[in-house]
Design a protein around this ligand. Structure first.
Ligand SMILES: Nc1ncnc2c1ncn2[C@@H]1O[C@H](COP(=O)(O)OP(=O)(O)OP(=O)(O)O)[C@@H](O)[C@H]1O
Ligand SMILES: [Mg+2]
Length: 369
């Protein structure tokens, strides 16, 4: 008899054919409660649905399919939350023109420079791709494009002929499609960008690049909250943003400013990531809160923004950046990679919540009768 796990239950539900339900888009995150005790399964699951209220027949269909697959179960208490997908940005005419095949666009931003925004953007993008999403990454940092280095990319994109004309083909690395402002400029002759130039370049990265179908297009933003950054966030049709901060007050002040900037242009802040949260000495295992502790979580409460997680300082994260192999890829299975994978899952969940409006919550328990 097969073991009853979250995964096995998820797979069973994914196979349920019902026109009211969109089971294709279920992930482990969709299972909100999973409790198995004495062959009694208590399950709460969030399913994207085309109807507001799930009828009894649909419940029975799901419960029956679980029972059929796992005959040892005596009772199943199933609670379904439905969410009706209303992809917010799909209605944004700017996005339809610029990025017709892209489902979600995320800006990774920080008020302050050097807090690890690019490191977080790269690792989150790779983590989302590892979780099965189709992901693109735009390095929009006009001050210091660093993503090609962090992903070990040294070739430039080619141009290709497509149905809609000649386009730039993004460079592929670690399952991501990448375009960087660094591809346009010469390292030794830095360009001084002005707002319109920067937004013109980013517009081209959206419309003149052959992105194809993507679940996520992540933008690594230049640090700061000045005119250029504001122009950029107005140029990109954004699903939402992720703000990266370190725990100390000087960084938190700038994170607050970044949040205000996104509020000003009505871009939802999907969550806060605290980077360089602490350091665990490899020889003693002792924790050092180098930049203080709890700042990110406190700020997320103050700003009522989800806290997506805290990433420790780890020399291997820096080394990964320098040698062009992101830690989620290089040290798969490490605690640090696990933390970043979790943050990607939480981000994905926030995006799903944004893209759906949670509707009815109906509960049904079906015993063995
Ligand atoms: N958690 C971490 N542990 C160790 N090193 C880190 C961590 N996060 C970032 N770094 C290192 O800190 C440096 C700055 O990080 P990064 O370039 O990602 O910051 P940034 O916010 O994008 O900077 P900028 O504002 O200049 O764009 C890099 O050398 C990076 O490898
Ligand atoms: Mg950067």
């Amino acid at each position: 008899m097969s073991e009853i796990t979250k995964n096995s239950i998820l797979n069973t539900i994914k196979n349920v054919q019902n026109p009211d339900l969109d089971t294709d888009h279920l992930g482990l995150n969709s299972i909100k409660v999973f409790k198995l005790e004495n062959d009694v399964l208590t399950l709460e699951i969030s399913i994207p649905s085309k109807v507001e209220t799930i009828n009894k027949k649909t419940y029975e269909q799901i419960v029956d399919s679980i029972k059929k697959e796992h005959t040892s179960l005596k009772e199943i208490h199933l609670n379904i939350q439905t969410s009706i997908p209303t992809v917010t940005n799909a209605k944004d005419p700017k996005k339809d023109v610029l990025l017709p095949g892209v489902k979600n666009t995320i800006a990774v931003a920080s008020g302050k420079g050097g807090v690890g925004k690019s490191t977080v953007a790269v690792n989150l993008a790779v983590a989302l791709a590892k979780n099965g999403a189709k992901v693109g990454l735009i390095d929009a940092d006009i001050y210091g494009p660093s993503i090609p280095l962090m992903l070990g990319v040294d070739k430039k994109p080619r141009t290709i002929q497509t149905e809609s004309g000649v386009k730039l083909e993004p460079v592929e690395s670690y399952g991501l499609k990448l375009i960087s402002i660094g591809f346009l400029i010469d390292d030794n002759n830095p360009v001084i960008w002005r707002g319109p130039m920067a937004s013109g370049a980013i517009k081209q990265f959206m419309s003149d690049v052959h992105w194809g179908e993507l679940d996520y297009l992540v933008f690594d933003m230049p640090p700061g909250t000045g005119d250029i950054q504001l122009t950029l966030v107005q140029t990109i049709p954004l699903t939402g943003s992720v703000i990266v901060t370190t725990p100390q007050e000087v960084s938190l002040i700038d994170a607050r400013k970044a949040l205000k900037m996104f509020n000003r242009v009505n871009v939802p802040v999907l969550g806060l990531v605290e980077n360089m949260s602490y350091f665990i000495a490899p020889d003693t295992g002792k924790r050092y809160d180098i930049f203080g502790s709890g700042g990110g979580e406190k700020l997320s409460k103050e700003l009522t923004t989800p806290f997506l997680g805290g990433i420790p300082i780890d020399p291997r994260i820096r080394e990964g950046g320098d040698k062009g192999i992101p830690i989620v890829y290089d040290l798969e299975g490490s605690k640090e990679a696990g933390i970043i994978m979790k943050i990607a899952e939480s981000l994905n969940e926030q995006v799903n919540i944004r893209n759906s409006s949670s509707k009815g919550k109906v509960e049904i328990s079906l015993g063995d009768d």
